[in-house]
Design a binder for this molecule. Sequence first.
Ligand code: SD4
Length: 322
Amino acid sequence: MTLSANWGTIATWRMAWEGIGEAAERLQQGGSASDAAVHAVKCVEDYPFYKSVGFGGLPNEKGEVELDAAFMDGTSLALGAVAGVRNIANPILVAKALSEERFNSFMVGQGAEAWAKDRGFESKTMLTERAHNHYLKRKRETLDRGLSPYTGHDTVGVIALDGQQRMSVATSTSGLFMKRPGRVGDSPVSGSGFYADSEVGAATATGLGEDLMKGCISYEIVSRMARGMSPQQAAESAVYDLEAKLMARYGRAGDLSVVCMNNRGEYGAATTIDNFSFSVATPAQPAQVFLTAREGNRTLIRPADREWLDAYQRRITAEVIQ
Ligand code: SD4
């Protein structure tokens, strides 16, 4: 998809739609890419009905919410990340603050929590009653029906391009549902869950972190754009090449989904699954949700219609029946 734009923002999943809308307003008014990306992710972290990011995120197998987040400034290449943090209201704000540190910019667990507390970042109990009910229900279903606890995923990754051609990317997730305590996926790992280089573009991923990390997928997409591919070509070729390589060499491949944007505001998306959605805003296009469909080694993209959007809202706010 080609659009000329002097600013733009794209994010994984429908859940980023509202945040992308607010980020677009900031970008339109001359705001920076880093502010826009962080703000959009914070909106998702704060919304209790998104069960895979921030407040309301699903817990690990012991019933505790452990969160990962990262931020990268594509101009200075500064990056900050946290992994496995508990009881922090906005992991993305801590990641952004860590990106301003020369050393110790990727912190995990208790060390990260203590640093955040010292710096005055808000503490909050991140497990909601709703997320706890989901956990109990899924735990029982998993035991009763032998379902994989690891299916289902939704990391938010937001890319922003500002009017000064600066790019940033921000991610946040509660990680794989029912993960082991201490497990970390791709989302806070540079080059895997995210990468940004303002001279080229940025990419961010969602899916099975264990497999996304095997291909450093976000760095790979940015490299392919640097070598002259359009964002859509870079996204599709990187995702399907990685899937093929995993099948040939590892014997299986988990879900792999990505979005990317170059520094002209052209964007792309690719996925190995059927129900991947993403959100975009550019000067030519108010915040809009798109749905994808895989066809061979192509990812087809169409706008989400009102019916789909309404059904989504009903689904995510529906009562969790135990
Ligand atoms: C992870 N990639 O922790 C994350 C999970 C995810 O969409 O994307 N969910 O592996």
